[in-house]
Design a protein around this ligand. Structure first.
Ligand SMILES: NC(=O)c1ccc[n+]([C@@H]2O[C@H](COP(=O)([O-])OP(=O)(O)OC[C@H]3O[C@@H](n4cnc5c(N)ncnc54)[C@H](O)[C@@H]3O)[C@@H](O)[C@H]2O)c1
Length: 239
């Protein structure tokens, strides 16, 4: 029997919008105390921080610890996309996308780990992207950064498994969020949302709640034997 515990303190980066917001709501419904870290936080449990800025992350986590206790669940959902032909991609644009998606994940994990090590228990979930399975034209910086997130997930799973900390990733595909709608409006999807539904085996657009459900499993007590896994939640678009 796996013992149930009382709620834990969970931090969700990018939790003010889209997938992150659904994850924050789901973890709260699961009984955890949830803090949202975001550039533009909203609501009482919001902490303002830019994930690319280590000092801001350290300060926000210090506040979270004081308000809600040690952080033993971390979900890295803050992300930034980018669309540019590779020959036109400046190093600054490359760096900004790598900074938010990969370096931001590095900072948040390193800042939260001491609490997990102290507790001998932790759950880390990184939201990457299905473009790491398939590649994606005009998104070289984003695909490279998110592939780095998958690699980081696997390496840390091995390093921290002995400490009771699991590290997993969810690469979403085609999830109905402001990021997706903005890409569709800018004509960057390669067709409309409806065209994509026709190309999706389960014949619907994904919902942020689909990602939140997988995240709820990964962060649960019962998922303690599941680590280093990359779980596609994509309606069968990548198998
Ligand atoms: N929507 C999709 O289909 C899809 C597909 C693949 C991957 N993803 C990934 O899922 C995650 C969530 O995406 P979404 O679609 O919900 O996007 P979204 O734009 O709705 O939400 C992203 C959130 O991250 C926050 N954020 C951005 N940069 C930040 C920074 N530097 N510091 C702190 N917060 C920051 C934003 O303020 C926003 O609240 C992202 O990592 C994204 O790359 C989404």
């Amino acid at each position: 029997m796996i013992a149930k515990t009382a709620g834990r303190t969970a931090v969700v980066t990018g939790g003010a919008s889209g997938i992150g917001r659904a994850i924050a709501e789901r973890l709260a419904a699961d009984g955890h105390r949830v803090a949202v870290l975001d550039l533009n936080p909203s609501g009482a449990a919001g902490y303002k921080a830019d994930v690319t800025d280590r000092a801001q992350i350290d300060a926000a986590l210090a506040e979270v610890r004081q308000d809600l206790g040690p952080v033993t669940i971390l979900v890295n959902a803050a992300g930034r996309d980018g669309f540019k032909r590779f020959t036109k991609l400046s190093f600054e644009e490359w760096q900004r996308v790598v900074d938010v998606n990969l370096h931001g994940t590095f900072h948040c994990i390193q800042a939260a780990l001491p609490d997990m090590l102290e507790a001998g228990w932790g759950r880390i979930v990184n939201i990457s992207s299905s473009s790491t399975h398939s590649g994606q034209p005009f998104m070289a910086h984003y695909v490279a950064a998110k592939s780095g997130v998958n690699g980081l997930t696997k390496a840390l799973a091995l390093e921290f498994g002995p400490k009771g900390i699991t590290v997993n990733a969810i690469p979403p595909s085609f999830i109905d969020t402001p990021m997706l709608r903005s890409a569709a409006e800018r004509g960057l999807l390669g067709g409309t949302v409806e065209d994509h539904i026709e190309r999706t085996p389960v014949r619907r657009v994904g919902l942020p709640e689909d990602i939140a459900a997988a995240c709820s499993f990964f962060t649960s007590e019962e998922a303690g034997y599941v680590t280093g896994q990359i779980l596609g939640v994509n309606g069968g678009r990548n198998t």
